[in-house]
Design a protein around this ligand. Sequence first.
Ligand code: DON
Length: 427
Amino acid sequence: MEKYGSLEWKEVITPAIELAEKGFKLNKRRADSFNRLKKRFERGTEEFFRIFSKPDGSQFKEGDIFIQKDLAGSLRMIAEDGSQAFYKGQIAEFIAQDMKKHGGLVTKEDLGKYQAFVRKPVTGTYQGYHIISMPPPSSGGTILIEMLNILEGFDLGQRQRYAPETLHLIAETMKFAYLDRAQYMGDSDFSEIPVELLTSKSHAEDIRGKIDLIKATPSTIMGEEILTIEKAKETTHFSVIDNEGVAVATTYTLNGGYGSGVVAEGTGILLNNEMDDFNMKPGYTDDKGLIGTRPNLIEPHKRMLSSMTPTIITKDGQVYMITGSPGGRTIINTVLNVVINVIGFKMPIQDAVNAPRMNHEWMPDSLRLEREGIPEESIESLIAMGHKIRESSRWRQGDAHSILIDPKTGLYYGAADKRSRGSAIGY
Ligand code: DON
């Protein structure tokens, strides 16, 4: 922000300080969510419950004003002293003390050594558009570009969006790409990640050659060599563009809803449960989706493998689209759905965002579909092709707030995802 932004650092943080200090009105969904926390977080800390419950023990209601004084204090320190306040100053002190109190491992020294890196994005092309997205330690950009490369060879524009053959090709593309994710991806500061190979057109061609056009290949057969058989949510994505065309795609994550259920005393800041994004059991990869491959095993100072896929797409050097989503491993597939809807299937941005999505992560070998809007016959055909459809009428995938810039008129079209409460706003 300090490096690329056109506004003063303090000015950007001020609205957040005001929201924390003066509070905001809870909507019903948020009030209900707060009221469920006692049940969800057996190991939530006292400070967590002090903040996310009412002093008299009563329930939150829609319209209640939620104030976070400590958080406002922390944000003010960050507004004054920048990231130093968090990693080296008073906030670091508070976090370290809280860690000590609860048997946590993070020290003030660890925080002081932490460094955020500016990395070169991963890039590719899809039908003449230039794709710019998140590099390792996220798998997002790499796997998105791999899937777009595979699908480019199947000419989606000639196909019907929800015909069984189309859905089949997309599902098989997801499976092969997610197998590569499991096999090869992790923190590039710790092992060689073959990003160039995975995002190459020739790798996509190899994979197209492996896709059976009429039959689903079981995931177990595809990933035989790594199988050793026998995951709550809190990520936010927003897309922004200013009047000069400076575009930002931001995805940030606490991982699970309310992170670890721990607020470092004095800070008002929720601590994440990001360790969950590492591969937990070395060498153990199963058909339930547990992955134990080497590149993403836990090591000191290593960053866990993310799926965040904040993406900017340009055409002829001009920003064309900005997108991204929350949703853990489903994120990459959500972004894929939106991008192919716009570029492959020529849908207007709002329709592309709202259209039913699908998700396959190689393992578990199950295809999830947002069923409303997908013809029943297509689903029956997919089952006949061998796809294992995971039934859930409530499956809602992602929250892909996106912007499209009409290259002819230069107009900005903001599309909030119908699945959640966001909105598209112009100033
Ligand atoms: O970085 C990641 O991929 C995960 N920590 C994201 C988790 C997530 O999206 C949960 N929210 N919906």
